[in-house]
Design a protein around this ligand. Structure first.
Ligand SMILES: Nc1ncnc2c1ncn2[C@@H]1O[C@H](COP(=O)(O)OP(=O)(O)OP(=O)(O)O)[C@@H](O)[C@H]1O
Ligand SMILES: [Mg+2]
Length: 319
C-alpha cells in the first residue's frame, strides 16, 4: 500500500477533467472518451460518482480502474478479442472503435443487489423468472446460484434508466441477431468463469459483472471495461460462508465507502454535494488501491505527479 504521505500529497494533483482539442469528445461520469480515426482514447479520470452525481476526485482512482481493465483485457484475450490497442499512460487506454450492441450483458453468480434492476430486488418481490432465468424457491439474499445466469439490460440513453430484458426479447426485438447473441452469451459466461476462478486464488468472489460487446465486420469484440470495481461486485471469499450462514452481509471489496459516508450525512443525490474531508478521500483511495492489489495480485505503484500534465506528455506522440 502506498504510504499516507503520497496519498495526501496527491490530493492536489488528481485528474478532474480533460479538455483536449482532438477528436470528438464524449464525457461519461468517470471517463473522458475522445473518438478519432476509428480509434477511441479512453481517459479514466479520478472522478468518483454515486447517486448518479460526480462527487469529487480521489488520488489514483483513475489509474486503479484503468490498470485493472488493462490487466483483464490482457488475461482474457485468448477467450475473446477485445478493443485494447495500448496503454500509453497509467490513466489512458487507446482502443479500437467498434459498433456497440445496444445491450449490457450482466452475469451473476450470486443473487444480491438493492436497485430495481438487481436480481435480489426482483426475487424479493416474488419474481421467479428474471430476464428469462427460472429461479428456484427459497433463495436467500447473497446466496450462490447453481450456475451463473445472464440478466441483460437495454442500454439507456444518457439520463434514462436501463431496463431489464431477456435474451429471447433481445432477439425478438431485433436488438441483436440471434446467432451473434448466442456467441455473446457463450463469451460472457466463459469470461465470468475465467475471472471468478482467477480472483478466487486471491481470496475474492466475483459476484457479478457487466460486459459490453461491439462488432466490426461481423467480428465480436469485448469493449468498454472488464472486471473493475465499477462494473463488478467482489466479496471476500474466506469469510463468505460463515457470514452467509449467520444471515450477515458479506465483506465487500467496496467502492461504497464514499457513498455510505454521504448517505450517513443525509445526502442521497439531491441538492449540493456535501464537502468531503481529506481523510475520507484518502480512506476511499486506499480501498480502491486495495481492490487493485487484491484483484490483480500485483503491488500498486504510483508517485506524486500532476496526472493531467503526465497524460499530455504521454499523448504527444499519439495524436
Ligand atoms: N471500443 C469501443 N467502441 C465503441 N464504443 C465504446 C467502446 N468502448 C466503450 N464504448 C462505449 O463508450 C461509452 C463510454 O461511456 P462511459 O462509461 O465513459 O460513460 P457512460 O457509460 O455513458 O456513463 P457512466 O459514466 O454512467 O458509465 C459506453 O457507452 C460504451 O459502451
Ligand atoms: Mg459506462
Amino acid at each position: 500500500m502506498l504510504p499516507d504521505t503520497i496519498l495526501k500529497n496527491q490530493l492536489s494533483h488528481t485528474l478532474y477533467k480533460t479538455d483536449f482539442k482532438f477528436g470528438r469528445k464524449y464525457e461519461g461520469k468517470v471517463r473522458d472518451n475522445y473518438i478519432l480515426n476509428g480509434k477511441r482514447i479512453i481517459i479514466t479520470t479520478d472522478r468518483i460518482s454515486a447517486f448518479d452525481r460526480v462527487l469529487c476526485t480521489l488520488p489514483f482512482k483513475g489509474q486503479v480502474l484503468n490498470q485493472i481493465s488493462a490487466y483483464w483485457f490482457e488475461k482474457t484475450k485468448r477467450i475473446i478479442k477485445n478493443h485494447l490497442i495500448s496503454v500509453p499512460d497509467p490513466n489512458v487506454m487507446v482502443v479500437n472503435e467498434y459498433k456497440p450492441y445496444p445491450v449490457e450483458i450482466i452475469v451473476r453468480g450470486y443473487i444480491t443487489g438493492v436497485t430495481t434492476t438487481s436480481a435480489w430486488y426482483n426475487y424479493e418481490r416474488g419474481i421467479r423468472n428474471f430476464c428469462g432465468n427460472r429461479l428456484p424457491e427459497d433463495l436467500k439474499k447473497n446466496q450462490k446460484l447453481d450456475k451463473p445466469i445472464i440478466t441483460p439490460t437495454t442500454k439507456a440513453e444518457h439520463g434514462s434508466h436501463d431496463e431489464s430484458i431477456s435474451g429471447e426479447e433481445i432477439i425478438k426485438r431485433g436488438l441483436v441477431d440471434e446467432k451473434i447473441y448466442r456467441k455473446i452469451e457463450k463469451a460472457a459466461l466463459a469470461l465470468f468463469d475465467f475471472g471468478a476462478k482467477l480472483v478466487a486464488k486471491n481470496n475474492l468472489i466475483l459476484v457479478d459483472t457487466k460486459y459490453e460487446f461491439g462488432e466490426l465486420n461481423g467480428e465480436l469484440v469485448l469493449i468498454d471495461e472488464a472486471h473493475t470495481p465499477d462494473s463488478s461486485r467482489f466479496w471476500i471469499k474466506g469469510s463468505y460462508d460463515e457470514l452467509f450462514s449467520k444471515d450477515q452481509e458479506p465483506q465487500k471489496l467496496d467502492k461504497e465507502y464514499v457513498r455510505q459516508w454521504l448517505s450517513d450525512k443525509g445526502f442521497l443525490g439531491d441538492g449540493p454535494v456535501p464537502s468531503i474531508p481529506d481523510e475520507i478521500k484518502i480512506e476511499a483511495a486506499k480501498r480502491y488501491i486495495t481492490a487493485y492489489e487484491m484483484i490483480t495480485g500485483n503491488e500498486f505503484m504510483a508517485k506524486n505527479e500532476d496526472v493531467l500534465k503526465r497524460i499530455e506528455k504521454s499523448l504527444k506522440n499519439i495524436v
